[in-house]
Design a protein around this ligand. Structure first.
Ligand code: NAP
Length: 288
């Protein structure tokens, strides 16, 4: 088998076109505030890509930088700043770029939970993560939404819906982080998948991944998933960054569908975040 290679840039561009029309139809300004803490170059790059995409879609984008020089990490001030954005009616969505710098990483939940859940367009507040675990999602983390959209693209020409496609399927998610692996597994389970979560303590990872009809790897461990760990004909989605969890050449020979890194999940995550911004705006618009 030689897998279909997902073109995340092309698919995201298509979604962007649809979103641009929706933004124009909403007929009022949307604003996304992105808080980036510290000077990690990768975080600043991701924020820049999100900002450029937002601008292409007619969404105002404010990057708010918080550096060590501002204080010796006075989290209270940061939380206060986020609350100002919560209260500002011109702000549609607020997000904090992860990971936080090592010095304050253990306070990630506190910082994220400062965001008002209705403006939490990255879906990472405790309230919104809990709703996902309860099977009643209000907003999905952008990367989770990206994976679901990619699966929808797999079935788009089979006139099926994703829950029909996933029901009864053996799905394996490698990675169990609070903000990614766990909500991803919960959402794929809600959509009907028979989901197994694997992690560093999984005794025989290969025997688990070889059973997967849909395999999603979200670990950040480059080259973790090799061809011999993949079932013939599997759908393989690689969330890992920056190098990809999946050994592309060997897995492509076994899978029926594969996402590359770069150019797979990454661009879909950016557009999914902006979809969340538009949905948050539409929800408050209909209520006001
Ligand atoms: P994380 O908090 O470090 O969690 C990594 C998870 O992977 C943990 O559950 C860990 O298991 C598991 N893991 C690590 N090495 C493993 C191994 N050898 N075998 C099995 N499981 C292993 O990271 P995260 O925030 O979830 O992010 C995961 C990856 O996704 C990173 O590469 C990140 O950059 C990427 N990411 C990509 C996007 C995108 O848009 N493409 C967005 C967000 C994140 P334990 O729990 O046992 O430690």
């Amino acid at each position: 088998m030689n897998a279909v290679v997902f073109d995340g840039n092309a698919y995201a561009a298509e979604k962007e076109r649809e979103l641009r029309e929706l933004v124009a139809k909403l007929g009022r300004p949307l604003k996304l505030v992105s808080v980036v803490i510290g000077d990690d170059p990768a975080s600043h790059l991701y924020v820049r890509l999100k900002g450029e995409a937002a601008q292409r879609m007619g969404i105002q984008f404010d990057k708010v930088e918080w550096h060590i020089a501002h204080s010796t990490w006075h989290i209270d001030q940061l939380v206060e700043k986020i609350r100002v954005f919560n209260a500002d009616p011109t702000v549609t969505g607020v997000m904090v770029q992860l990971p936080l710098p090592l010095e304050i990483r253990e306070r990630t939940v506190e910082v994220l939970d400062a965001i008002e859940p209705k403006k939490d367009v990255d879906g990472l507040t405790s309230t919104n993560l809990r709703l996902i675990q309860e099977g009643e999602p209000r907003v999905l983390p952008a990367t989770v939404k990206a994976v679901v959209s990619i699966l929808e693209s797999v079935i788009s020409n089979r006139q099926s819906v994703i829950s029909e496609y996933l029901t009864g399927k053996n799905v394996v998610v490698v990675g169990r982080s609070r903000v990614l692996g766990q909500p991803l597994a919960a959402e794929l389970r809600r959509l009907g998948g028979e989901v197994t979560v694997a992690h560093t303590q999984t005794p025989d990872l290969k025997s688990v991944t070889r059973e997967a009809e849909v395999l999603v790897s979200a670990t950040g461990k480059a080259g973790l998933i090799t061809g011999e760990m993949v079932r013939d004909g599997a759908v393989v989605i690689d969330v890992g960054e920056p190098k990809g969890d999946v050994e592309f050449a060997s897995v492509k020979e076994k899978a029926s569908f594969i996402t590359p890194v770069p150019g797979g999940v990454g661009p879909m995550t950016v557009v999914s975040l902006l979809e969340n911004v538009v949905e948050a705006a539409a929800a408050t618009y209909h209520k006001s």
